[in-house]
Design a binder for this molecule. Structure first.
Ligand code: NAD
Ligand code: 89V
Length: 346
């Protein structure tokens, strides 16, 4: 089978976070991505993106999918519309990358994955924390065995950054912290430590002005026997506020990796310790505050493009992401029942 060398990409959703996707596709032109059209039900946003990136604008997904010979769509609308838009692509045999959370519930996520499978269409979830430069470099250290068998970790996404300013809808989400940011840290826990046997969880709502939980503290027992603490909160009033960085403490039988504010790592391997700066350079379109998140988009999109062109599943395929989302649901169940819970998929 002749492998494709280029992919025609359609962007669905031109809102706040999609700007990073759009810049990433433009940067990946040399790697084979051809952004050809954008779609947003808000015509102003669609036109603005189309003008900035020199592509066609649509206000209807159906119209774009019927008019443009796309290889895949990149869906960066909010969670309520993911299933409907992903189905429209799958039914036409067009691949899809869907932003996190894939869907509001695990059952909806399974339905999206099943629809793609039924139509034989390629499906990836844009879960990008693991693709960030620091996370990829740390994964390489762990995979080399430099710290031995991993047996304990603490993964922390702790901030008081005003996420509600750029994402005002978050203040009204009934399920907030685990579904929005805890999902990223749970995916990192799987990425570094493997699949999960059981999870326990405590949630808090420390900010009375919002609808959902703003703080989650989770404990995971991995199938390897390792234990990890996974934390996410928007109410950590501390300095430095490292948003949107995830801090790490990963311990193994022969050493450890500590990821400190500013993406500085202290690596201890068999009684030798050294420091590494893992922060990547600011890009022309990234900014100091969001850079760690934005550069993860570029690397994630590069991965999705490569895998699509190779005809292979993404690391964060629909099927893979079911195991992360199953942890989200298990965490909410654990918080409600005050018991540890086995995730439905692992
Ligand atoms: P947003 O509301 O700013 O943008 C969503 C856009 O989608 C809006 O412009 C809206 O008009 C458009 N839209 C809605 N329904 C549509 C439809 N049927 N067809 C076409 N366009 C439609 O939202 P946002 O803050 O950019 O978040 C988008 C997604 O990105 C969410 O799932 C969010 O969780 C995710 N997100 C991920 C990260 C990350 O990867 N680290 C960071 C922030 C947000
Ligand atoms: O990265 C995200 O998914 C955003 C957050 C507020 C956590 O940065 O929603």
């Amino acid at each position: 089978m002749d492998l494709k060398k280029r992919a025609k990409v359609g962007m669905v959703g031109c809102g706040f976070y999609a700007q990073n996707h759009l810049h990433a596709w433009a940067d990946l032109r040399a790697a084979g991505s051809d952004l050809v059209a954008v779609c947003d039900i808000d015509s102003g946003r669609a036109e603005a993106a189309a003008q900035q990136f020199g592509v066609k604008a649509y206000v209807s997904v159906d119209a774009m999918l019927d008019a443009e010979p796309l290889d895949f769509v990149d869906i960066a609308t909010r969670v309520a519309s993911h299933q409907d838009i992903a189905a429209k692509a799958a039914e036409r045999g067009i691949g899809a990358i869907v932003q996190k959370p894939l869907a509001p519930t695990l059952a909806d996520c399974v339905a999206i994955v099943e629809t793609a499978r039924r139509h034989g269409s390629w499906l990836a979830v844009h879960e990008n924390f693991r693709f960030g430069t620091a996370m990829q470099r740390i994964k390489a250290v762990l995979d080399r065995g430099d710290i031995g068998a991993i047996n304990w970790a603490r993964l922390s996404f702790r901030t008081a950054f005003n996420v509600y300013e750029s994402q005002p809808y978050l203040a009204k989400e009934p399920r907030l912290c685990i579904l929005d940011s805890g999902i990223h840290v749970l995916d990192l826990a799987r990425f570094f430590m493997g699949e999960v046997e059981r999870i326990s969880c405590e949630t808090q709502k420390r900010n009375p002005a919002i609808a959902g939980e703003d703080t989650s503290t989770m404990m995971l027992r991995h199938k390897s026997g390792a234990v990890s603490l996974v934390e996410a909160t928007y109410e950590a009033k501390r300095l430095p506020d490292v948003f949107p960085e995830t801090l790490l403490e990963i311990e193994g039988s022969a050493g450890s990796v500590i990821l400190l504010p500013g993406q500085r790592a202290i690596i201890t391997s068999r009684d030798k310790s050294y420091e590494e700066e893992l922060r990547s350079p600011i890009l022309p379109w990234t900014d100091v505050r969001w850079h760690v998140s934005q550069e993860a988009v570029l690397h994630a999109n590069a991965h999705f493009l490569d895998r699509f062109l190779e005809g292979r599943a993404a690391d964060t395929s629909g099927e893979d992401n079911l195991r992360t989302f199953a942890l989200v649901e298990a965490a909410y169940q654990a918080a409600e029942t005050h018991c540890s819970v086995r995730p439905e998929f692992s």
